[in-house]
Design a protein. Structure first.
Ligand SMILES: *Cc1c(COP(=O)(O)O)cnc(C)c1O
Length: 365
């Protein structure tokens, strides 16, 4: 070989395509509704905390993110020793894959699951096994059927992105009970803060009562700190110990850590965002439905809108129509959802403009 060759599996990974950069007609205000970011920004106290860190940029961060682990512990009633913080949950997911997956292993994800999972799996030489979904929702039986002696890990976003659906906690427990004990179950709770259903729990109880389940969470969504890259996991002691051995010693920056502490303590800011999101999720689902478009029932801060395949009314054409008006939604061809668009719930102004836009699009000859 005359040049460096990537490890097996790397070049099988389809490059991740982020949401497109908006180009609207001149004079149009642009609303980015393509990356599930909050329209409210972070808590003002988080911004203050971030700025206060500017006085000491010469110092390395405290390497275990202790103040943040303690704040998360207080907020959720968790032992801080069993929390790991990372540069986004992306880093945490990759650390888990790096710790538990290698060539010959299999990891299961679902048909329209988050794309970071197959990337993390294949980057470690393991195979990505896809379990089908029912009505854009995780099917526990399909996951259990996909298990083989090579299965080492199951990835489950609950609720899932980009579908917006969830499974009740009873179903998560049935999944855990049906998986072999050596299989790690990763529950990604990125959107847990937006769910208001009695039968939902994000999984802390399972982590506390088993030694093969972890939950991951993020500051990128309701806390509005996506730019700072902060996520975390809660897991059994042995898993925390193993992952900490490969974690970079200063993987979370001090400004990010301090901003996250302030954000998690500002419960009023979170409640405001949750109330707005729930209200508009209902309005958008009803009103878009009245236009003759199907909306998958969502429990998150985004909705999945399905378009007809009739020429003139397709998702690709709707995307172009809305983009011209400065309304940028997310096309989902790489999620095997070519006939759908994902819309992040925005400000009242943005939401009403999308409704107007979709009404005009559907009314076109
Ligand atoms: C947005 C999102 C995350 C958060 O990723 P970060 O790296 O923490 O920004 C995790 N999982 C899913 C399913 C998401 O949609």
């Amino acid at each position: 070989m005359s040049r460096p060759v990537p490890k097996p599996g790397i070049l099988d990974i389809a490059p991740y395509t982020p949401g497109k950069s908006p180009v609207a007609e001149p004079g149009r205000k642009v609303f980015k509704l393509s990356a599930n970011e909050t329209p409210f920004g972070p808590s003002p106290r988080a911004i203050e905390a971030y700025k206060s860190a500017a006085d000491h940029l010469e110092d390395y961060p405290e390497g275990t993110s202790r103040v943040l682990r303690e704040a998360i512990g207080r907020s959720f009633g968790l032992d801080p020793d069993r929390i790991i913080c990372g540069a986004g949950s992306d880093e945490i997911l990759n650390l888990l894959a790096h710790t538990y997956l290698g060539p010959g292993d299999e990891a299961i994800s679902t048909a329209h699951g988050f794309l970071v999972y197959p990337i993390a799996t294949m980057a470690n030489g393991a195979s990505n096994v896809v379990a089908p979904e029912v009505d854009f929702t995780c099917d526990v039986d399909a996951i259990l059927k996909a298990v083989t002696p090579r299965t080492k890990l199951v990835w489950l976003a609950n609720p899932n992105n980009p579908t917006g659906t969830y499974i009740p906690f009873d179903e998560v427990k049935r999944l855990r009970a049906g998986l072999p004990p050596n299989v790690l179950l990763v529950l990604d709770a990125a959107y847990a803060d937006y769910v208001s259903r009695n039968d939902y729990e994000f999984g802390i109880e399972l982590v506390a009562t088993t030694d093969n389940t972890v939950v991951t969470h993020t500051f990128s969504k309701i806390h509005g700190l996506a730019a700072l890259r902060i996520g975390w996991m809660f897991g059994p002691a042995q898993i925390v110990d193993a992952v900490n051995r490969i974690r970079g010693p200063f993987n979370v920056s001090t400004p990010a850590m301090l901003a996250a502490v302030a954000a998690i303590e500002d419960t009023a800011h979170q409640q405001m965002s949750r109330t707005h999101t729930e209200k508009w999720r209902n309005v958008l689902t009803d009103e878009i439905g009245k236009l003759g478009l199907k909306v998958t029932p969502s429990v998150t801060n985004f909705v999945l809108i399905h378009f007809p395949t009739t020429p003139g009314k397709t998702a690709v054409e709707a995307d172009a129509f809305l983009t011209k008006r400065g309304l940028v939604l997310r096309a989902l061809a790489n999620y095997k959802l070519p006939h759908a668009l994902r819309m992040t719930i925005g400000t009242e102004e943005a939401n009403l403009l999308v409704l107007d836009g979709l009404r005009d699009f559907m009314a076109q000859p």
